[in-house]
Design a protein around this ligand. Sequence first.
Ligand code: ZN
Length: 265
Amino acid sequence: MPEPDPTHPQDLSRRDAVRRLMTAGLSFALVPTLVACSTGGGRSSRARQHDFADVPDPSWPTPRRFTLEPERSITPYSTKPLPSPTSGGVQTALPAGVRTRASWAGGDPVPTLMDRMTPIDRLTIHHDGMTAFTSTNVAAAQTRIEAIRSAHRGRGWGDIGYHYVIDPAGRIWEGRPLGWQGAHVKDQNPGNLGICMLGNYERQRPTNQQLHTLEHFVADSMRRHAIPLGNIYTHRELAPTACPGQYLQPRLVAMRENTGALARV
Ligand SMILES: [Zn+2]
């Protein structure tokens, strides 16, 4: 890993990151929450960890326009036979049932700002930590994911920090393509698959659909990448943060316990 280079975009100070976010047109109030949960930058992982104790209530940026998708298209996540193409030892095929980033992303990943993913050996679960978010609307989810990507790009990162995003309806969205190392846990991004639950689970409770999807998708990911149960983490278990929130954390703990779904993988 290279030594810090102050001129490198990923070495932005927090002040610079905030300025860039402002330049990107996002509300000031949105900045602290995004800085709070998604730590780790990319190549050098030197973004400052932020205490998540006080969650601001940001005003939301003007929604972007997306092609609307009929609500009837919502289907529960189900495991299907797994394709197994590899890239540098990492299976990068989009799992069945995951919606491609082309449906929401306002820009492509920037390879020069990211590292190649190393063999996946752990998985970390997050929330986005912004306003409470309960909408099951497709466009609302797309707008929120794009806002996160835009904010992360504004920090000088190559793309949204997470590899997958799960919305309140239980849909799974492709985030940063899995061939690239994520940016979601400070100094612990290599080989670490990042999943973000849309919403703020300090303030809201996860929906049954979300939990169902999360449980099955994490189990599927454990099988796909041969990740042991002991390497399934929440963000707060790796860093001083409230992420993924008081109402989601115990649900993950239960999934990993003896009678939980993940313990049976
Ligand atoms: Zn987090």
